[in-house]
Design a protein around this ligand. Sequence first.
Ligand SMILES: [Zn+2]
Length: 190
Amino acid sequence: MLIYDSACPDNFRAMVRNAIGPIRTNPHLIRLPVDVRQGLSHVLDGDATYPCSIPSRSVMIGYDGKQYSGLGPSAYTAGACIWICRRTFDEGQARVNAVLLHELIHVLCGAELDSEVFENMMFHGAGATLPDPNDIRTFALKNWTGRWVRILKRGNDVVVRDPMGGDYQIPADWVAALTAQGALQGIPTV
Ligand SMILES: [Zn+2]
């Protein structure tokens, strides 16, 4: 269940509520590991069966009205509290969908790499943004490994491997972003 900060304007709260459907019925949801899907269901549908470390099924949605320019964060998360910044609402419903999914992965204790990969699997070209230079530095520091996924090179491809052994070929614009950051060489080869 999502609990809304009363400081969040009504129309923005409605945008968060309207993001639940595009996450729960997303055609790419099936590509996410089963425990991620169970975790999302646990929070968004109130499914009580997920044996996770979240003390309650409730996630607070806070509102940060100070971050409204093109700079600064889209959202941030601590424990089971997600703050969504004004700029995200200004960018429209598709962006809110992608940002809510990204932050819910953090609530489920996913690393930046997990959040970025799952956001792009589900909302590439529909609200997802490319990893920025800070994200790419974080991926490298964590040895290209998240809680669920790893980035690997295989031939000329850059792939993401999930715990079920699935391969997800990362989009060309991700490869371009990694190349621009000089990060491709550091990625382990299969
Ligand atoms: Zn993140």
